[in-house]
Design a protein around this ligand. Structure first.
Ligand SMILES: [Zn+2]
Length: 301
């Protein structure tokens, strides 16, 4: 497979592979058209994912010149590797770029979905910001980092997986196998689990958050712990990378009152740790937009 694309682009074809849905769309001049979405199949065998990709890709291929993919998991030189084996139904080491290229017949590039979203958020900023991170608090906790105006993907595709930095060594075991990751305490999944002791076994992150908004003290404490962990994660990113700004996204990150809680906890730390935090601006198409623009840049540069 070519590492760099070799055609002139008119239409960019973008695909977003998430834990619960697969979305595909054409991207032209930074706008998404022809969006189509299907549920992500849950299977350890690749056949179902290959069939799902074919369903999504085939109708749009005639209009596209190349394919850009944003995907959950680590994209190591085109191979999709699950950091959390529970994601994608346990599917691991999937030849994503080769399979998508074979199905579509298009030159194909792929990056992690939070990395792609970070690039979209960076491009949406106005002003002189060169160093920033996108942090998403949703089903999991993901991040993408831009330094000196360049998206950091890393030689093995790992860069930016800050949801798996340590938050509490005595905390819950994370899906990645480590104990006490940020994701294991702060994610929507984690706060839902924490709420199950109070609100019953069906308590989801969304349910727990609603209880917090209604003023339930124990629910508020769980949400506030999540926000404190995210504030400390942001402080760690700031002190290690000297970032100018953080864009906070995801269903929890954008939920009512959450950003203010994160800002409050960050404000209790010494001033060197402080950085601007804004709400992410690109919405659910951030992965599609970011992957398309990043792939275009790989060609131009
Ligand atoms: Zn982890």
């Amino acid at each position: 497979m070519p590492n760099r694309l070799t055609r002139i682009y008119h239409d960019l074809f973008s695909l977003d592979i998430g834990g619960t849905k697969l979305a595909a769309a054409l991207v032209r001049d930074g706008k998404v058209t022809g969006r189509n979405q299907i549920p992500t199949p849950g299977s350890q065998k690749p056949d179902q994912l290959i069939a799902a990709l074919a369903t999504l890709l085939t109708p749009l291929v005639p209009q596209a010149k190349y394919l850009a993919i944003a995907s959950t998991g680590i994209i190591d030189n085109g191979v999709l590797t699950a950091l959390n084996p529970a994601n994608l139904g346990g599917l691991n080491r999937f030849e994503l770029v080769d399979e998508a290229s074979r199905i579509s017949g298009l030159p194909t590039l792929a990056i992690n979905d939070a990395q792609a979203a970070a690039w979209a958020e960076y491009k949406a900023l106005s002003g002189p910001v060169q160093n920033m991170a996108f942090v998403t608090v949703s089903t999991g906790v993901g991040a993408g980092i831009v330094l000196n105006g360049e998206l950091q993907t890393g030689p093995r595709g790992i860069a930016g997986h800050a949801g798996h930095m340590l938050a509490d060594p005595t905390g819950p075991r994370c899906g990645c196998g480590r104990t006490g990751c940020v994701e294991a305490i702060a994610s929507g999944t984690a706060i839902g689990k924490a709420g199950q002791a109070i609100f019953g076994p069906d308590c989801s992150g969304q349910t727990l958050y609603q209880h917090a908004l209604s003023g339930h003290r124990d629910a508020i404490a769980i949400v506030d712990r999540s926000a404190r962990v995210i504030a400390n994660l942001i402080a760690d990113l700031r002190i290690s990378l000297d970032l100018d700004l953080i864009a906070l996204g995801g269903s929890v990150g954008l939920a009512e009152g959450y950003l203010d809680r994160v800002k409050h906890h960050l404000s209790t730390l010494p001033a060197t740790y402080h950085t601007d935090i804004i709400s992410a601006q690109c919405g659910p198409d951030a992965g599609l937009l970011g992957a398309a623009d990043w792939a275009k840049q790989q060609h131009v540069s």
